[in-house]
Ligand binder design. Structure first.
Ligand code: NAP
Length: 244
């Protein structure tokens, strides 16, 4: 709840699996109405049903591709119509690019473009579409889900990691521009998690060595709720918030 007694509204992209699904459940169980976005309808509806079972306001599943330019304004408009003004925007959906992940010298330009459309340009467009109302209301938090690949150079991870580095910097500049309007923007490195994305990228990893997305989702909620420690413009590691 906000100070004026209204339910908060979150829009989480990539909400049908992994971290986005776990975070949607965690937010809903705290009374947040969650607009859950992904491309695959069947999995998204299953995820929304699971979130509904946790109690709290009923989630709103919306089937959209964040890498599709034409989708962004309809998505933002429908989210506001069905759930209300968005207070929390989480750019969580992400594209790895071709798998197995090729070296940059072997990567097609079209594949690089698609990764940037989903991981950078889509979040840029959606921030513009949602952030204006946050600025007018002088309230809102925007999280860009990052990766350690944004700051480390791993052979084969070039498209994904350069897009995450660009998204981190986009978050920093949005933060600098929106701070006077009361909107907080930060990027969060979730750490390695046992999810479908991780299995696609590194199928030989031992799942026991990876964090559970449900654990990291709880850390994300702490980050969302602590603007003093997780300051606007910062890049935060969710792992530091797991037991704090
Ligand atoms: N897993 C890790 O170890 C790890 C490590 C560092 C960072 N991260 C980051 O954490 C975030 C969550 O990753 P995850 O591992 O939870 O992924 P995941 O389990 O693969 O789930 C990805 C979600 O995004 C959706 N999605 C993918 N492309 C989309 C698009 N173009 N438009 C809308 N939705 C889309 C997927 O559903 P559809 O396919 O049906 O659209 C799914 O709901 C990502 O930003 C990822 O880069 C993950």
């Amino acid at each position: 709840m906000t100070e004026d007694g209204k339910s908060r509204v979150a829009l989480v992209t990539g909400a049908s699996k992994g971290l986005g699904r776990a975070l949607s459940g965690e937010l809903a169980s705290r009374g947040v109405k969650v607009v859950m976005v992904a491309r695959g309808r069947a999995e998204l509806e299953l995820a929304a049903a699971e979130v509904r079972e946790r109690g709290g306001p009923a989630p709103v599943p919306l089937v959209y591709d964040v890498g599709d330019k034409a989708a962004i304004h309809p998505l933002a408009g429908l989210a506001a119509d069905l759930a209300g003004d968005v207070d929390i925007l989480v750019h969580n959906a992400s594209d790895l690019g071709p798998v197995p992940m090729p070296l940059l010298m072997d990567l097609d330009c079209e594949d690089l473009s698609r990764v940037f459309e989903v991981n950078v340009v889509g979040p840029f467009r959606l921030t513009k579409a949602v952030g204006g109302s946050m600025a007018l209301r002088k309230r809102g938090t925007i999280l860009f889900v990052s990766s350690d690949a944004a700051v480390n150079a791993y052979p084969g991870w070039g498209a994904y990691s350069s897009s995450k580095a660009a998204a981190d910097h986009l978050a920093k500049v949005f933060a600098a521009e929106l701070e006077i309007h009361g909107v907080r923007v930060l990027s969060v490195d979730p750490t390695d998690m046992d999810t479908e994305m991780h299995r696609r990228a590194l199928p030989d990893s031992d799942p026991a060595s990876l964090a559970r997305p449900e654990t990291i989702a709880k850390a994300f909620v702490k980050i969302l709720e602590d603007p003093e420690r997780a300051r606007t413009g910062s890049r935060v590691s969710a792992g530091d918030w797991v037991s704090s």
